[in-house]
Design a protein around this ligand. Sequence first.
Ligand SMILES: *Cc1c(COP(=O)(O)O)cnc(C)c1O
Length: 228
Amino acid sequence: MSISDNLQAVRHRIADVAHACGRDPAGITLLAVSKTKPDDSIIAAVAAGQLAFGENYVQEGCDKAQRLAAAGYRLDWHFIGPLQSNKTRQVATWFDWVHSIDREKIAQRLSEQRDIAKPPLNICIQVNVSGEASKSGIAPGELEALADALARLPRLRLRGLMAIPEPTDDVALQRTRFAHLRQLRDDLNARGHNLDTLSMGMSQDLEAAIAEGATIVRVGTALFGARG
Ligand SMILES: *Cc1c(COP(=O)(O)O)cnc(C)c1O
């Protein structure tokens, strides 16, 4: 299967589950996770109509964004990996979104470093909805204080929440995790936030995520094949 065929297949998966649960597929953004994949794979996806790409590693992601911009491509770059404070400037420069914020200090740096000529950097807070089965993301009990702090940062726009639940084939458990993230988003909105984004669901569990309200699904393997 080519990347173009894979894209068609994933778009069909998204549309099928959206229709099955009464959602408009247009409300679900497919983020193509291109980490470790070469520029040619990204260009093949662009040729098939894909515009949003996700990267996990700062140097690799910034290099790709810079090269492809220089080659004339206008793409949306989403940073979805762990971020250390000494790498924030590059991310603030080359990315449009960061999904993996779980500390105020990192967000403050991104806000200070975001070029005034660019639109605000879109931010999601990564939440740990799997308890001890996961290490990354803020605990749900600390979410509201972080959201309140990030909403005050001038060069960021707090868009929503992201989660990477523990991998499981148990669809009921997948849905429990995603429903938890949606509930946390709804709770924040009930307290005055205006979050429109739930970044959840990957190659293996995007159906469960969409059924629970995902607005961005992050898909790598199903588009680009296994990573080496
Ligand atoms: C690698 C990665 C993905 C994509 O995972 P696949 O299983 O290849 O679809 C999505 N989100 C994050 C945060 C990732 O690191």
